[in-house]
Design a protein around this ligand. Structure first.
Ligand code: C2E
Ligand code: CA
Ligand code: CA
Length: 620
């Protein structure tokens, strides 16, 4: 029992002892853990001695790691301080305490000039760098800040720099380390990129996007702007004949002339051959002579080319009184004004109210043309053609008409050129052709009840339509569908088709004729083709242009010409049609000359299909 008792007491004492030691170990472990922070987590709960050993080992390695880090940081700092590229300035209360060699190299000072000098010596007085720096030092939240500033070199040159300011803790004074990086090269590059992206490289003028932006801005701000719109019509020719060097020179030549005459203005190059000048700095009276000088300069020869070459500058000036609010209509107006000039002038065209109105109208028309085709705003009118001696109607010419929902009836003289420009002319021609064939079928039905002869329908065929691959098939379909007899359909072509015509054109004409279609030469006498074109092409009809009609009563030369055309056409077996006959005396003269057919207001004006049916069909 005694033994048992003794053993029990010994065991309890051991336990107590162990508990006490363990407590001390645990508190030691806690202290070690606190020291280590979270750097060396103790993993599985092992034997306490093993744990402590591990912790001490971890502590030892951490401190050596920290020491290593400290060493590395110091050597990095050394490296930075001796860096060739990064200038360093150590400041105490905004006074320079130390600088590195790189900074001296950058700014050109001697070390002695800078040590103990105020930081101001390196700064531009006007910029707020110093106050920014002070603000940074006053606050506690950040230890590092970045900013851009301009430092001043010893020669007074400004150097753009990126600065990193690092606050160093110091109880007694404000200590800051500035790391300075020269970014002037970068800045120059950025400026160059900026320039390149806003300027046309060849001319040095603003490019299209920048011009658009600047002009739109000026117009929105309702500035009283004078605009000069310029086209160089012969640039392409210069390129083709003299090559790209001469072309480049010509563009520079124009740009220089513009810059010289309008130093205060914004000048842009809108496309290969379009330029624009706009300003609110010059009065109109000064602006016009300067613009005229530019036009004269363009007529002078280019030194680099041996030839005296006119660049063909045309310009239109749009005064501030026209309230344009956008770039597009303004530029369109300039373009329109130049397009309307018949002969290129060496004086600037001054845009007036009438031009502005017409230009705006064409712009609206341009925009509406595509939808108009879809919306079936186009239709055909029909002008009767009569036999010159019997005055009997023998056929009609189909003429396109556009009922614009806002602008009313628009003349083909306006929309045909636009349709050609927008590649819509074939579509438009086909629409008229279809309506014309349908009209002929209907009117012929009534006509046949009272007359033996077959009516003809004349349809205008544009050059692109003449060359279109689908034309022949389409004509075959129409002839079949509307049951047209041979010779009833007359296609009117213009001299432009014959000009420079090759074998292919002649073959195509024969192919058309093989379908039973007649070919008429429209507006004869207005183009460049000669009498010989009458012989060389398989034509059936010649239409004398209406511009001759007023002349045949007064002008002897016109008289001779028209009479010769008629004689020659007759000898070649062609039918002659006189267009634009408005008076009885014109008709009399044409009768004496034995013209076959007459088309003109004297007999009939063009009319709608409905009107024509009323006049000549059912009730006529
Ligand atoms: P064009 O083919 O020479 O058509 C004759 C033009 O003369 C028509 O003008 C007609 O209205 C006009 N006219 C007829 N008699 C007289 C007259 O006694 N006095 C005057 N002052 N004018 C007269 P419109 O309809 O304005 O057509 C103008 C031109 O537009 C046409 O000239 C033709 O070249 C073109 N055009 C018209 N419709 C079409 C078409 O469907 N396709 C194509 N490609 N061109 C068309
Ligand atoms: Ca015609
Ligand atoms: Ca004509």
């Amino acid at each position: 029992a005694l033994l048992a008792m003794t053993s029990f007491i010994a065991f309890v004492v051991y336990l107590l002892y162990r508990h006490n030691i363990a407590r001390q170990f645990i508190s030691f472990e806690k202290n070690v853990n606190a020291l280590l922070g979270n750097t060396a987590p103790i993993t599985a709960p092992k034997d306490m001695f093993t744990r402590i050993t591990e912790q001490i080992e971890a502590m030892a390695s951490t401190s050596s790691y920290a020491e290593q880090q400290l060493k590395e940081t110091l050597s990095k700092f050394e490296a930075l301080y001796h860096s060739q590229h990064l200038g360093m300035i150590l400041l105490e209360n905004n006074q320079i305490v130390d600088v590195n060699q790189a900074l001296l190299n950058l700014l050109g000072h001697q070390r002695t000039q800078l040590i103990d000098a105020p930081l101001d010596i390196l700064l531009n007085n006007k910029d707020g760098t110093l106050s920014d720096l002070n603000a940074f030092q006053q606050q506690d939240e950040q230890d590092v800040t970045h900013f851009e500033t301009n430092l001043r070199s010893v020669t007074g040159q400004t150097i753009s720099c990126n600065v990193e300011a690092i606050r160093l803790d110091n109880q007694t004074s404000q200590t800051v380390m500035l790391a300075v990086k020269d970014i002037s090269q970068q800045k120059r590059q950025a400026a160059l990129i900026e320039t390149l992206s806003h300027h046309d490289t060849l001319s040095g003028l603003l490019n299209r996007p920048s011009t658009t932006k600047a002009l739109n801005q000026a117009l929105t701000n309702k500035k009283a702007i004078i605009t000069l719109y310029i086209i160089a019509t012969r640039l392409r020719e210069i390129y083709e004949i003299y090559g790209h060097q001469a072309y480049d020179n010509a563009v520079k030549h124009i740009a220089d002339a513009l810059k010289q005459q309008f130093p205060q203005a914004e000048i842009g190059r809108l496309s290969e051959n379009e330029f624009i000048v706009f300003t609110d700095q010059i009065e109109e009276e000064q602006f016009i002579p300067r613009a005229n000088t530019v036009l004269k300069v363009s007529a002078s020869h280019l030194a680099e080319t041996t030839a005296d070459f006119d660049i063909g500058l045309n310009a239109a000036m749009i005064g501030p009184e026209f309230a344009f609010t956008h770039f597009e209509p303004l530029v369109h107006c300039g373009f329109y004004a130049i397009e309307q000039q018949l002969v290129p002038k060496h004086n600037v065209t001054i845009v007036d109210e009438e031009i502005v109105q017409a230009a705006n109208e064409t712009l609206t028309i341009n925009r509406n043309l595509i939808t108009a085709l879809k919306n079936e705003e186009f239709t055909a009118f029909f002008q009767p053609i009569v036999n010159a001696t019997s005055n009997q109607v023998i056929g009609f010419e189909a003429l396109a008409r556009w009922h614009h929902p806002d602008l009313g009836m628009i003349s083909p003289g306006v929309f045909i050129p636009l349709a050609e420009k927008h590649k819509l002319i074939i579509e438009l021609d086909e629409l008229v052709l279809e309506k014309a064939c349908a009209f002929l079928q209907t009117i012929q039905r009534y006509w046949s009840k009272k007359s033996q002869h077959r009516l003809t329908i004349h349809v205008n065929l544009s050059s692109p339509h003449f060359g279109a691959s689908a034309l022949i098939n389409n004509l075959q379909r129409l002839i079949k569908q509307y049951q047209l007899s041979p010779g009833q359909l007359v296609l009117e072509v213009t001299e432009s088709i014959l000009l420079g015509a090759d074998q292919e054109t002649i073959e195509r004409m024969h192919a058309l004729k093989a379908l039973g279609v007649q070919l008429a030469l429209d507006d004869f006498g207005t183009g460049y083709s000669s009498f010989s074109s009458l012989c060389n092409f398989p034509l059936d009809i010649v239409k004398l242009d209406k511009s001759y009609m007023s002349e045949i009563e007064t002008n002897e030369k016109a008289k001779t010409l028209v009479r010769s055309i008629i004689n020659m056409a007759q000898e070649l077996g062609m039918t002659t049609v006189a267009e634009g006959v408005e008076t009885a005396s014109q008709l009399r003269i044409l009768n004496v000359w034995r013209v076959d057919e007459i088309q003109g207001f004297y007999h009939f004006k063009p009319m709608s299909a409905e009107q024509a049916l009323n006049t000549f069909g059912e009730n006529g």
